[in-house]
Ligand binder design. Structure first.
Ligand code: NAD
Length: 253
């Protein structure tokens, strides 16, 4: 399926989890892919593993300087880009009483402020008719205890997607938001949870998910690749839950 043939697609946080799977899916559909991440070695190793000329660029999404540098490198290498998948994000889960200013700032700086300025700095490079996809979470509109800052950082992205879809419609740039439920990636381990806690967390969720399991990164990647392609040419300002039915189950009990 060559729905992204000769398109240039940028994936922030593309060295792991959902971002890596999206990069794989974009490549399978014919795109030239650029992945970013903070850790140079991890980004370069992932780019090599992805193959097909994938370019790895080290850029911290929380740094506006890095986003400007990323835009410069993309301009020099490609001139313009067609798809921007703003995927990089971190999870940090604490009860409200325990949240520190540093934890608040780090989460907001990567997940929202960084996402915002990544879009702003790369926007001049996005071709008319291009596609922006913002990776949010079902946390954006659920009230999961311990996720106050994370959820707010994601809800801000959903709001941003709605506004951008209006602002960029005149250039036929479509902006959509994807809200995954629990997906099997390293994100919980990176948030400091040990294996037993992760297993217990997944089991608790699986009991509440109508499809009785966590999702796979590749399943999210297929939705993202659809939204990136002209198959989704009349879809903008939309958001998609991809959660095995979790959210609707929570709403109706
Ligand atoms: P992951 O930890 O495997 O991937 C996160 C990616 O973001 C990595 O490539 C990491 O290097 C990158 N990243 C983190 N901080 C960065 C920074 N400051 N600058 C650049 N890159 C940075 O986890 P994942 O689950 O694949 O997460 C991807 C996105 O999906 C995140 O935005 C996350 O909030 C969201 N999400 C995940 C789930 C889930 O259950 N896994 C559910 C809903 C939403």
């Amino acid at each position: 399926m060559s729905t992204l043939q000769n398109k240039v697609a940028v994936v922030t946080g593309g060295n792991s989890g959902i971002g890596y799977a999206a990069a794989e899916e974009f490549i399978a559909r014919g795109a030239k892919v650029v992945i970013t991440g903070r850790n140079r070695q991890a980004v370069e190793a992932a780019a090599t593993e992805l193959g097909s000329g994938t370019l790895g660029i080290t850029a911290n999404q929380a740094s506006i300087t890095d986003s400007v540098q990323l835009a410069n490198e993309l301009k020099t290498t490609f001139g313009q880009i067609d798809v921007l998948f703003v995927n990089a994000g971190i999870g940090s889960f604490l009860p409200v009483e325990q949240v520190t200013e540093d934890q608040f700032d780090e989460t907001m700086n990567v997940n929202f402020k960084g996402a915002f300025f990544t879009v702003q700095k790369l926007l001049p490079l996005i071709a008319d008719g291009g596609s922006i996809i913002l990776l949010s979470s079902v946390n954006a509109f659920t009230g999961m205890p311990g996720a106050s800052v994370y959820s707010a950082s994601k809800a801000a992205l959903n709001s941003l997607g709605r506004t951008l879809s209006r602002e960029l419609a005149s250039r036929n740039i479509r902006v959509n938001v994807v809200n995954p439920g629990p997906i099997k990636t390293p994100i919980l381990a990176k948030a400091g949870m040990d294996e037993d806690n992760i297993a217990a967390f997944r089991k608790k969720f699986a009991e509440r998910i109508p499809l009785s399991r966590a999702g796979e990164s590749a399943e999210v990647a297929k939705l993202v690749a659809f939204l990136a392609s002209s198959d989704a040419s009349f879809i903008t300002g939309a958001e998609y839950n991809i959660d095995g039915g979790l959210t609707i189950h929570e709403l109706v009990g």
